[in-house]
Ligand binder design. Sequence first.
Ligand SMILES: [Zn+2]
Length: 404
Amino acid sequence: MFTRRDAIKAGLACTALGSHLPAAFAAGSFQMKAYLADLDEILRIDSKTGYAEGVNRVGQVFRKRFESIGWTVTEYPCGKNGNGIVASNRKDQGKFDIILCGHLDTVQPVGNAKRYPLTIQGNFAHGAGVADDKGSLTALWWIVRDLPKALTDKLRICVMLAPGEEVGDNDHNKMIYDIGRRAKYALVYEPGRPNGAFVKVRKGCTWMALDFKGVAAHAGNNPQDGRNAIDAMARAITKVTALARDYKGLTTNTGTVKGGTAPNTVAADARVVFDMRFLRNEDRDSVLSRVRSMCEKGFADGVRTSLSLPSDLSAMPEIDSSRRLMAVVEKAASDLRQPKPEWLVVGGASDGNALAQSGVGVVDAMGVCGGNLHNPEKEFLDLRTVEPRISLGKRVLEVFAASL
Ligand SMILES: [Zn+2]
């Protein structure tokens, strides 16, 4: 394996990475060496979600890049996540024809940038966050850096780099909703699937927290005076999880439980949090209303139950505008003689869900293909898909502009 450290030891600049690439990557008009140097620049920066200092440093790299081609760049403060970047080829950022979205943050703990630097092994690049999402962030830059003037004259393009996708808290989503309202279409540059597939539907994800309030008592002296919150929770778990059977593609997972203080005490408090995934927002609403009425009725005598939603992300459904975008991607792929896109329905959420909640038609996983995401030792970026995904992104913009 040729590592950056080896390069330094050998007295080579980072761009010397290119000389160790398989022959196919070193040839042709696409400059893999320069792409890898751009990727390396941001891989060296730790940008774990919530580590605002690092997230902002990655943002500044892109700010400079976009400003170097004359784009307007606005920073969007998102609380403890740091700042998002909104870059556009027009001064007026009030309305866009299309949004290209990626994220600046990773799940990688601070220190992993040093521990897992960019390395190349055969057709694959490795490094902490190399696929999710830094390889695709870099591809986004390569897509827009030299677009023909005729295209940028016609299209109002927004590149939105979000600062806290991996957690997706309210401060983060506020930015996505706000920018999302300014467009009808969005391409999300999450990594392409290892087999090259794209994502057309993402399930929504709602966390349902049930809190139970009973009455404490001594388990030996006066158990009859107690009202056990854990017993109520146990009944609730079987009743709530049984609801999923009534909805196609809906799942619930009993994620965390806690309760009680000691074995010899009737538990006064308990809490369970379910993760619910759903294809249709109507199904989520229906489950929530059924759970709400269960809670009102109660699960055990003398135990009060309340429902709250620590997180609530709508589904990214297939709608007319997303179908139009899928057709654009298919036409672009066929123009480039790339394989016909395969469209997936997946359970994991992304910023595509929040964009969809703003009414935007979304196509996701447009980025460079990769896998073993979030595992710093095994995460990989498939270098054979870098140039094809960049060409596809450019061609999609052309086909989309022609269709306006
Ligand atoms: Zn991601």
